[in-house]
Design a protein around this ligand. Structure first.
Ligand code: ATP
Length: 319
């Protein structure tokens, strides 16, 4: 294998203090993260956050203003040819090609990647089978549904069997069934060891299939890690409800003495309050309350949903 001078030891995908500035717009600002080889990373942010800009740089379609990005260890600045061989890119916009069949379309890209003869035939057969377009391989692209076009576009990105996949909003505009099918395909590719960066502006769309996620807004990376870790880090308060069989007013007075407990209210035998501690602290609070004579018959702690966390992290700002 050719080893580029700028190759990093670690494979996968790495963004290193990446900046992209368009005039007065800082589309990507000091973004760094690493997607380890063989894992699936969800790149999440609202419209205009900088997702497409960073993905285009990884796909060598644009250059960073500062910083660098690496695909399977190769720099997009210094070794773009090697990056292209390692990478399959599924853009967010799919051009329409009149009178070109699905097979011809994938075949064109296979030839562009230098696949020949039996090898090309085998690859085309695998791609059309995997993406489920085999039955319509002779149909013109212009007549395909959005879901089938997305499958075709994924097939094009897979045709040279790349180690790394960059998928820009692959689920946008798909119906629920097509989304599930796409998610299953991405899951299978991840399980087979491909390194995948997939973007969306909907957190729940990606949460299940990603090993880790990064939340970006206005060009800045606000959080990275597993969904659970980000959720935990962002979870400032828990909404707790206690049903008591002892005096609820006495329990209310007891809770007001604790600074972690805010917005306490009583309705009949149920107390409701916001608690700003973690799970351990919540267990300690309940144990202390019981020890001081409160008889609790029911406890319910509401955790923030993923969408709550996403809205909290991003503040909903759009450039
Ligand atoms: N070629 C360009 N010239 C000028 N500004 C650009 C260019 N490309 C992107 N931008 C700006 O950079 C910012 C980031 O855009 P980008 O397309 O990367 O966001 P995104 O997160 O992919 O959003 P979306 O979900 O809407 O695709 C936006 O403010 C956009 O207007």
């Amino acid at each position: 294998m050719t080893v580029g001078y700028h190759r990093l030891d670690a494979g996968g995908i790495r963004l290193q203090q990446l900046y992209r500035i368009f005039g007065r717009t800082v589309a990507v600002q000091d973004v760094s993260f690493h997607v380890p080889k063989g894992s699936v990373f969800g790149y999440i942010g609202p419209n205009g956050a900088g997702k497409t800009t960073s993905m285009r740089i990884l796909a060598t379609l644009d250059l960073p203003t500062y910083g660098d990005a690496f695909v399977d260890g190769f720099s997009v600045i210094h070794d773009p040819e090697l990056v292209r061989r390692k990478l399959g890119f599924m853009p967010d916009a799919f051009g329409s090609y009149r009178d070109v069949s699905c097979w011809e379309y994938i075949d064109f890209f296979a030839r562009a990647y230098g696949l020949i003869g039996r090898e090309r035939q085998k690859r085309l057969e695998w791609v059309t089978d995997f993406t489920g377009i085999r039955g319509m391989q002779h149909k013109p692209i212009s007549g395909l549904s959005k879901g089938m076009k997305q499958r075709l576009c994924l097939g094009r990105a897979l045709v040279h069997d790349p180690a790394v996949l960059i998928l820009d909003e692959p689920a946008a505009g798909l119906d629920p069934r097509a989304r599930i099918e796409l998610r299953n395909m991405i899951g299978t590719l991840g399980a087979e060891g491909k390194t995948i960066l997939v973007s969306s502006h909907i957190l729940t769309e990606l949460a299940e299939m990603c090993d880790s996620i990064g939340i970006i807004e206005q060009g800045r990376l606000l959080a990275t890690g597993s969904v659970e870790a980000i959720q935990e880090a962002q979870r400032k308060t828990r909404d707790i409800r206690l049903r008591v069989v002892s005096d609820p007013v006495a329990a209310e007075k007891w809770l007001t003495l604790h600074s972690d407990c805010q917005s306490i209210s009583v309705a009949g035998d149920t107390l409701r309050f916001d608690f700003s501690g973690d799970e351990e602290a919540q267990a300690d609070l309940v144990a202390a309350l019981i020890q001081d004579g409160c008889r609790i018959s029911e406890i319910h702690a509401h955790q923030k949903s993923l969408e709550d966390v996403f809205l909290h992290v991003t503040e909903g700002l759009v450039q």
